[in-house]
Design a protein around this ligand. Structure first.
Ligand code: ZN
Length: 109
């Protein structure tokens, strides 16, 4: 099964090699290794902005927006047609507060 020869090459004239720029770059410090996981938090009552902090401890404060057309891998975590919000800056996902009833959110406070 491993013997697979390429039938033809549509572009025989290969482009010139790109300069090997990323040769001496040291490995960037990664906070949590492994596959890129979507972070899902639970919204606090009346929370409207992101409370994630970056590496320097600065508050993100991005606006949490209702996210409707999330991809399949997110759907696998939160379910289909779930209520989910996403930070406009750091893309952290926020689930609604389970103690808060859906559709009971008002701006009177
Ligand atoms: Zn954020």
């Amino acid at each position: 099964m491993a013997e697979e020869t390429a039938p033809q090459d549509p572009t025989p004239a290969a482009p010139p090699k790109a300069a090997p720029a990323a040769a001496a770059a040291p490995p960037a410090p990664v906070e949590d290794a492994g596959p890129k996981e979507v972070k899902i938090k639970v919204r606090k009552p009346k929370q409207r902005s992101c409370d994630e902090k970056d590496a320097k401890g600065k508050l993100c404060a991005g606006h949490l927006k209702r996210w409707y057309d999330y991809p399949k891998d997110v759907e696998a975590k939160i379910g289909k047609d779930a209520e989910i919000y996403r930070c406009e800056f750091c893309k952290t996902l926020y689930k609604p507060d389970p103690k808060q009833l859906p559709h009971s959110y008002t701006l009177r406070y």
